[in-house]
Design a protein around this ligand. Structure first.
Ligand SMILES: Cc1cc2nc3c(=O)[nH]c(=O)nc-3n(C[C@H](O)[C@H](O)[C@H](O)COP(=O)(O)OP(=O)(O)OC[C@H]3O[C@@H](n4cnc5c(N)ncnc54)[C@H](O)[C@@H]3O)c2cc1C
Length: 315
């Protein structure tokens, strides 16, 4: 074995796929299936949010956009290109991520929805996680990667199997690496039946509370919340009420939607995504790839390519 990837969320699964594409012999170890972690809670729309630093995020987001755009050509992947409208409080919003996305149309004043100073329309990839995560895992297995359910007390345990360990443990890195910079940012979403006619995703950028609706097949993910340092995993009825009321005020078709589930996840945030090599002596090293905050789906493939660059050529 050349590499053990630890973690089976979207970050670990994509890293394993890309390392295998580059010819490495890879194993994947994880405590939980990706559907049972924050990766299973995400909306999961391509949109850089709560991830730093911007210069690196832009590069990773660009690579990920192109890969997901290609995957959207395969319906089995659960990825689709979806129109999205985003509204802003200011007339000149800072679209710092525009260089990583496709063509962006600024809506003329007459077309800007009520309550916004400006709005844009573009197309971005959306991953229907109930399809996409099992599909990613199937890609991993089809590539011949052995997947093992393991809970590690130390990343060093993986050196027994390979000299290179890729750390994709998300919030778990807080304990595994003693990383005090990690902060959980709680997010709650409501999953509802998609009302007829709701074809575009919708992002309201005017409030501190993120407000969005992301249609995916026959459901729509309604969000959200971003509560720093709040690690409650139980659904909060006050959040649900705020989400449904906020979106209902903006989008009449969402009033009275049929709620299917309320989900909570903890975004693995740190002041900067940690993607770097940590040499451990004797030819052993850890390549860290964690701390993607609110952008794991937006950055995963770009980060996976950089991980593979750092790991280097297969022997
Ligand atoms: C409400 C909400 C909405 C979101 N929406 C979006 C969105 O629209 N777009 C977007 O890009 N992102 C979104 N995100 C963020 C996204 O979900 C995360 O950035 C992403 O899922 C992080 O993935 P990960 O693989 O790093 O972590 P995880 O999914 O947490 O996976 C970590 C893996 O590491 C394993 N692990 C941890 N510790 C150990 C250990 N000690 N031993 C063995 N294995 C271990 C776990 O079992 C798991 O397999 C959202 C998040 C929330 C909460």
């Amino acid at each position: 074995m050349d590499v053990v990837v630890v973690g089976a969320g979207v970050v670990g699964l994509t890293a394993a796929v890309v390392l295998r594409e580059r010819g490495h012999r890879v194993a994947l170890w994880a405590r939980d299936d990706g559907t049972a972690t924050v990766s299973g809670v995400a909306a999961a729309i391509w949109y850089p949010f709560l991830a730093e630093p911007r210069a690196r995020v832009l590069g990773w987001a660009r690579v990920t956009f192109r890969r997901l755009e290609r995957l959207a050509g395969d319906p089995a992947s659960g990825v689709r290109m979806v129109p999205v409208v985003e509204g802003f409080a200011t007339a000149e919003p800072d679209l710092w991520w525009a260089g990583a996305a496709g063509a962006i149309e600024r809506l003329p004043a007459a077309a800007v929805p009520a309550g916004f100073a400006a709005a844009i329309r573009t197309h971005v990839p959306v991953c229907a996680t109930p399809i996409h995560l099992p599909w990613l895992l199937a890609q991993v297995r089809a590539a011949g990667i052995a997947v093992e359910r393991r809970s590690l007390a130390s990343l060093d345990e993986a050196f027994a199997a390979a000299p290179t360990v890729v750390n994709c443990t998300g919030l778990g890195a807080r304990e595994l690496c003693g990383d005090g910079a990690m902060v959980a940012v709680r997010g709650q979403v409501v999953v509802a039946a998609r009302p007829p006619g709701l074809d575009a995703a919708w992002i309201d950028d005017t409030n501190e509370r993120p407000l969005y609706a992301v249609p995916r097949g026959d459901d729509v993910v309604l969000g959200g919340s971003a509560q720093r340092g709040d690690e409650r995993l139980a659904a909060d009825p006050a959040d649900t009420t705020a989400i449904l009321a906020g979106l209902g005020a903006r989008l009449p078709e969402l009033r009275g939607v049929a709620v299917r589930a309320v989900k909570v996840g903890l975004r693995p945030w740190r002041p900067a995504v940690r993607l770097e090599v940590e040499p451990r002596g004797g030819g052993r090293r850890i390549v860290h790839d964690y701390g993607h905050g609110g952008s794991g789906y937006t950055l995963a493939w770009g980060c996976a390519e950089e991980v593979a660059d750092l790991v280097g050529a297969a022997r």
